[in-house]
Design a binder for this molecule. Structure first.
Ligand code: HEM
Length: 220
């Protein structure tokens, strides 16, 4: 027998889908800004080769990028703060923030399971241990982008904040590394959503998922 089960609260869905284009705009405008002073590399690999900027028409757009970045950062921050407040008020945070001391071991078992190297999954509630770590980390990363962003936005007025990150150059470096981590998170997240299937994706849009008989609800 098939039944419908409410999986994601309306607030969670709204904040999630509003964040999606906002994060995209922040990354995009951030990269347009980075073009103007591209200093980082990973060994011989430069962020980014010239063909990359050419392919996406990213050159000479610093002013436009800064206008976008400094406007949309307000929406990104407001949406983030409202989301955190919502999870606290709704009690959803208990399911998201790791509560068990074995969370890293369990997350490792989830990874092995996903790589088909382990048969059973550790017991879980709505989110598995790997998801709890990832979804908690992404909130901390959001706060990190805000704080490092503010430090390089007003390095004179907020010099104490820049000093907290080891100075302006380090704050800029953290701000950039966080962006790389968002891109990695996004790739992994989308991959997991594809693996989890349509029923799971639809529940993030409509809130409801189809449950067969006594089947346990999958999470992604
Ligand atoms: C997820 C959110 C964000 C992402 C992905 C992001 C990404 C980036 C990237 C990739 C750069 C270029 C870094 C470089 O040149 O080294 C940048 C620059 C910058 N970002 Fe962000 N950022 C985010 C949020 C914020 C926030 C909330 C602020 C707050 C004020 C902010 C302020 C700045 C500033 C001031 C710069 C440097 C502009 C300049 O050099 O003139 N960012 N951002």
């Amino acid at each position: 027998m098939q039944t419908l089960k409410l999986k994601h609260l309306i607030g969670t869905r709204w904040f999630h889908w509003i964040n999606f284009p906002l994060l995209f705009i922040m990354i995009w405008s951030g990269l347009l800004i980075y073009w103007a002073f591209p200093t980082y590399s990973l060994g011989p690999l430069h962020f980014f080769p010239d063909w990359f900027y050419n392919a996406f028409h990213m050159k000479q757009r610093l002013a436009e990028a800064m206008a976008l970045h400094f406007f949309f950062m307000w929406l990104f921050v407001i949406n983030g703060i409202l989301y955190v407040a919502y999870t606290i008020i709704s009690g959803e945070w208990r399911l998201l923030v790791p509560q068990s001391t074995s969370v890293f071991r369990d997350a490792w078992y989830v990874v092995l399971h996903d790589l088909r190297l382990r048969k059973d999954l550790p017991s879980q509630e709505k989110y598995n241990a790997a998801q709890q770590i990832a979804y908690t980390a992404i909130i901390i990363m959001g706060a990190g982008s805000l704080l490092t962003g503010l430090a390089i936005y007003k390095p004179a007025q907020l010099n104490w904040l820049a000093a907290l990150f080891g100075g302006y150059q380090m704050a800029r470096w953290f701000h950039f590394v966080l962006t790389v981590l968002y891109v990695l998170f996004f790739a992994l997240h989308v991959w997991q959503v594809i693996l989890a299937g349509w029923n799971n994706f639809r529940s993030m849009v409509s809130g409801w998922e189809v449950v067969h008989g006594n089947e346990r609800t999958p999470a992604s």
